[in-house]
Design a protein around this ligand. Structure first.
Ligand SMILES: *[C@@H]1O[C@H](CO)[C@@H](O)[C@H](O)[C@H]1NC(C)=O
Ligand SMILES: *[C@@H]1O[C@H](CO)[C@@H](O)[C@H](O)[C@H]1NC(C)=O
Ligand SMILES: *[C@@H]1O[C@H](CO)[C@@H](O)[C@H](O)[C@H]1NC(C)=O
Ligand SMILES: *[C@@H]1O[C@H](CO)[C@@H](O)[C@H](O)[C@H]1NC(C)=O
Ligand SMILES: *[C@@H]1O[C@H](CO)[C@@H](O)[C@H](O)[C@H]1NC(C)=O
Ligand SMILES: *[C@@H]1O[C@H](CO)[C@@H](O)[C@H](O)[C@H]1NC(C)=O
Ligand SMILES: *[C@@H]1O[C@H](CO)[C@@H](O)[C@H](O)[C@H]1NC(C)=O
Ligand SMILES: *[C@@H]1O[C@H](CO)[C@@H](O)[C@H](O)[C@H]1NC(C)=O
Length: 548
């Protein structure tokens, strides 16, 4: 038992509700101690990682985590933009249920009083803590990261985050700019640090506090990189000499792409270094040397992120918590790096919706440690002899980020919320995603389901709203009231099929008789999704009949 005043002392906070909710867990009679949870959420990270087969990107620490985890090769976000994706997977509901397609409403008021993953853990006796960007800040989490419902203590945000979009990038002219490409000398930037470094330090401080706690913890750490601007310690550029950087294999806007499907990457155009390129809107290509620089800085940001994950996990090891902590690693959505002539997220393509997803479960995905043994020693990506890590177990079936809620609950031995009825607006505790816990019962599974196997029939749904049939200033991020078209997309083992249909934002109604455009890409013959085979013959009803 912790000292009676533990709650009062901890971070100097008086939170009556925390203390009462902790009492129940402290007195649990369960014979096996509950597992802690460390949830790492990365912003805008596509699976450009060694453990996902990327040959260029150096991510030895994340690869090491993967080697001890169950990794999902084909995981997809439900909407490829931050706030809607995060609210969706943190509540376990689709965007059509949270009714959040933009950044401008709080689901508890606007849709239903849905529980969240951290709330579920908190209500089951966990100390829940948020570091960095977990919920999207602002009204979509009630300006409080959904406190107090989700968190036992006030969420932490790094103080240096406020400089992310200011003029801190030194340009060739020697002046400071608000650039897209922003390698920095960390000693030179305001506060002499970067947000993700501060988040790692705070997360480690919290782990140190929790080491002696009698309560299990749920710690969510949200990293900002590789989100734009690419503001990272400049030494990481050296890992990616420009001459080694290739362009996207398909850098042209495909001839058969319906204009409604195209995202004009307006946020990138607003950066000073990109403005100086005088690009034509909306399709104007970026000069190839600048495309290489964007890709270089994205990959460098990923390697910088990898070092932060490495420091965090090695601290977990040093504190001897690796034996008792589930680690989930996930990104909110992907990011186009020039594929289809597109950049950023904001679409239904695989490059925007596919995400890394992996779970380390002590004693399950990796053996329990012997005393003194380490699973996650820090690996320096600058070491020239970084070897490719042995992959761990992998699942090739298609899965959705929605599954995070029931899967984490199931892995930790908590009650898994029941499947939602339709509609589910009045039900606070239910889930729309499948639990993935069955994949962790390795003895019951045919090894064919792993790496070398063929994916079984499985489906992932995503969607994206548009304000118009052609790309315009707000096509990437339309406000709810401006949404006129919704692109509903199904990814199966064999194809991606998207229909763009009329949408009424007042009634939240899609009109499947009002088809504006369609897309159909076959996985085997067109894995990059450049040859649209949609010809209307699949009929309007098909997608609707396939929708969840
Ligand atoms: C633990 O066991 C005691 C005695 O059997 C019982 O009174 C108490 O309710 C149990 N507590 C919990 C949390 O199950
Ligand atoms: C919403 O749920 C929270 C947590 O369960 C509860 O405390 C709150 O009273 C609920 N709000 C409404 C309006 O029902
Ligand atoms: C949102 O935050 C405000 C201010 O803290 C609070 O008064 C309000 O109850 C919160 N909304 C909900 C639905 O909890
Ligand atoms: C760049 O490419 C060359 C030729 O393939 C290779 O020898 C070199 O190791 C690469 N450099 C880096 C840092 O990957
Ligand atoms: C962009 O346009 C400005 C103003 O017309 C011009 O001064 C500048 O040289 C142009 N830059 C490029 C890269 O074409
Ligand atoms: C991990 O757990 C096993 C089994 O309970 C125990 O023998 C071992 O000492 C633990 N290792 C560490 C590093 O705590
Ligand atoms: C749905 O779209 C069809 C075709 O444009 C139109 O005739 C019908 O009125 C629309 N239905 C609703 C409810 O708006
Ligand atoms: C439309 O596409 C389907 C699927 O590829 C194909 O079977 C069909 O023949 C096509 N129809 C026309 C009219 O091109």
């Amino acid at each position: 038992m912790p000292p009676a005043g533990w709650c009062l002392l901890w971070l100097g906070l008086v939170l009556a509700s925390v203390c009462t909710s902790l009492e129940s867990a402290a007195s649990s009679n369960s014979t096996t101690a509950p597992l802690n949870v460390l949830l790492i959420i990365v912003d805008d990270l596509r699976p450009s990682l060694g453990c996902y087969g990327d040959k260029l990107v150096r991510s030895p620490n994340i690869d090491q985590l993967a080697s001890h985890s169950l990794l999902f090769q084909n995981a997809f976000a439900q909407q490829a933009v931050c706030a809607p994706s995060r609210v969706s997977f943190l509540t376990g509901r689709r965007p059509d249920t949270t009714r959040l397609y933009d950044f401008n409403s709080y689901w508890r008021v606007h849709a239903g009083n849905f529980s969240t993953i951290p709330q579920h853990f908190k209500e089951n006796g966990y100390v829940t803590m948020s570091v960095g960007k977990v919920f999207h800040p602002g009204i979509s989490s009630n300006y409080s990261d959904d406190s107090p419902f989700s968190w036992s203590v006030p969420p932490y945000h790094p103080s240096s985050e406020k400089y992310e979009n200011t003029k801190t990038c030194r340009g060739p002219d020697g002046e400071l700019h608000a650039n897209l490409l922003c390698p920095v000398d960390v000693a030179d930037v305001p506060e002499g640090t970067l947000p993700d470094k501060q988040s790692t330090e705070q997360a480690i401080r919290l782990l140190e506090k929790m080491k002696t706690s009698a309560h299990p913890f749920f710690l969510a750490v949200g990293y900002h990189k590789p989100h734009i601007p690419f503001r990272y310690p400049k030494e990481f550029q050296k890992l990616y000499p420009l001459e080694n950087i290739t362009l996207a294999p398909d850098p042209q806007v495909p001839a058969g792409l319906p204009p409604v499907a195209y995202n004009p990457w307006m946020d990138i155009r607003q950066r000073e270094d990109v403005q100086a390129l005088n690009l034509s809107v909306p399709y104007g290509p970026i000069p190839v040397d600048f495309q290489r620089k964007i890709r270089q800085s994205y990959f460098a940001s990923v390697s910088y992120l990898d070092t932060q994950v490495g420091h965090l996990l090695s601290a977990l090891d040093d504190l001897q918590l690796a034996n008792s902590t589930i680690i989930a690693f996930v990104s909110d959505h992907g990011w186009a790096l020039g594929e289809h002539g597109e950049w950023a997220k904001y679409s239904n393509f695989d490059v925007a919706t596919r995400v890394p997803l992996m779970f380390y479960v002590p004693g399950r995905t990796a053996p329990l440690l012997e005393a003194g043994e380490k699973l996650f020693p820090y690996i320096d990506p600058f070491d020239s002899i970084v070897e490719l890590m042995e992959p761990g177990r992998q699942v090739v079936d298609l899965v959705e980020l929605l599954s995070l809620f029931p899967t984490l609950a199931g892995l930790a031995g908590l009650r898994v919320p029941p499947r939602c009825p339709v509609p589910s607006f009045r039900v606070a505790q239910c889930r729309e995603g499948q639990s993935l816990v069955k994949y962790f019962r390795f003895q019951d599974l045919d090894e064919d389901q792993y790496l070398r196997g063929n994916p079984r029939e499985s489906v992932a749904y995503s969607q994206y709203p548009r304000p118009a049939d052609s790309p315009q200033w707000n096509s990437d991020k339309p406000s709810l009231k401006d949404i006129k078209v919704m692109g509903y997309s199904i990814r199966t083992v064999d194809y991606r099929y998207t229909v763009w249909v009329g949408f009424n934002p007042r009634e939240f109604l899609a009109n499947f008789s009002d088809v504006h455009a369609g897309e159909l890409y076959f996985v085997d013959s067109d894995p990059l999704q450049d040859h649209n085979m949609y010809n209307g013959s699949w009929g309007r009803d098909l997608l609707q009949s396939l929708l969840p």
